[in-house]
Write a protein that binds this ligand. Sequence first.
Ligand code: FAD
Length: 506
Amino acid sequence: MTQPSSSILIIGGGTAGWLTACYLARHFDIAGSKDIAITLVESSAIGTIGVGEGGFPTLRTTLQFLGIDERAFIRQTSATFKQGIRFDNWRTAPEGSPKHSYFHPFEAPLHAQDQNLVELWLALDPATRPGFGEAVTIQQHVSAAARGPKGADDGDFTAPLSYAYHFDAERLSAVLAARATELGVIRIDDRLLAAERGPEGLAGVRFERSGTLRADLYIDCTGLNAELIGGVLAEPLTSVRNHLFTDRALACRISNASKNADLPSHTVATAHEAGWFWDIALRDRRGIGCVYSSDYLDDERAVALLAAYPGVGKAAAEGARLICFEPGYRKHHWVGNCVAVGLSAGFVEPLEATGIVMIEAAAAMIAEFWAPEGPVTAAAERFNALMAKRYDNLVSFLKLHYCLSDRPEPFWRANADPQSVPSALSALLEEWRWRIPSRFDVAHGTDTFAHFSYQYVLYGMNFATILRTRSAATEGDFFRQIRMYGEQASRDLPSHRVLIDQINAN
Ligand SMILES: Cc1cc2nc3c(=O)[nH]c(=O)nc-3n(C[C@H](O)[C@H](O)[C@H](O)COP(=O)(O)OP(=O)(O)OC[C@H]3O[C@@H](n4cnc5c(N)ncnc54)[C@H](O)[C@@H]3O)c2cc1C
């Protein structure tokens, strides 16, 4: 039998490790070609972070590429469909004013013949017009009616409406691990102790039982421990806390109130005095978390806020797991022959559920940039430049959710302080006072979010773009029509609960 000519050693078996392993095994067809060996070492004694349960639509393409059956994935991870995020109380605090809420759907705004619907919406009377997300797409109607994004007979990964998933994080890692081993990845359960430096970066990694393992490419997926990139290679984390203030999360799980109640197909993100709560409905339980800034809220008060969140209570809040993180990323994820993927590379808060999208982007870039026989320097430089820009753009997009708030608490006033807004975002906000966010504002390859995602957040937060005044005579008609389509789709599409139950019954 011929020996593989190249080898990849991945350390860490969370979502980052197993997704990267699967992706590279599939990309390089290691089972078929036998040219490259991929080994993944994880420590069952250390375990994984166990959070990260909201997905992004790109996961559909990734799962399909990996050859994972959608229905089996839904059954095995207790998954539900996700059509977007509803943001409650972000612009104003709930006391003394009507609750403010807006929706960020995955669908782009609809097109009207020769008419820009965003312009038409801006021309409507701000006092009486429907919310932006509600006006320009049918997805908000469908999700609010607790309908699924697809019919029971729609094929795997396809649907009339764009969607992602909510899933159990640990079971996602298990599904990816099972697929990776089918694809030829070798799994070892062991603990990393140290690593040797060499001219290329690393010369080998030493484990408790397996001794020293050597490879051509080392991938550090050791989560917040960042054993290789942060520990051995001492690549610093660049903090973005001057822009994004949250640095802690309390995570808990509660059972679903009733197996027959409506099953939400969107994440709910509710702002509180110094951060926000996530609320994610899986088939058999809810995942709820309190994200906050330790500069503005102490842990005890965070537990009290979580306990008061609907459905949680004192016992679940007191048993919640505290996760501390420094928001930021490493300017060099890839140093010599070692590249970091996942939490070891960086993490900014989970408001738009972007942790796994960053992993997907990194895995795809490694697959396409790394030439097993070629030099690594140029690939590393390109990778680092693209990932750094991707993080900067993400920080701006997340900051947009905070900086337009009118909430009075100190955390929110500090977030609205222009000094805390990244300069690239400040410049765009100035332009967007006079024009709508355009597709040319975002770049393929370095932006996670499309221009219309910026529109949903901006106009959801009541940002004013001043355009030429137009006649409002026919404008309302478009939006009435969209509402009718939304109502029709809500009748035609199955209940989300029924759809998920059907998938689980098969
Ligand atoms: C509060 C919070 C909420 C989040 N929500 C979302 C979300 O909704 N959507 C989303 O996409 N992302 C989310 N994320 C990010 C997401 O959780 C991560 O991107 C994802 O889980 C990947 O984690 P990981 O694999 O990098 O790390 P981990 O899951 O921590 O895995 C690290 C692995 O390394 C191993 N390891 C560590 N040290 C050693 C050692 N010395 N020797 C051997 N093995 C070792 C561990 O055993 C483990 O297998 C969230 C993150 C946080 C903190």
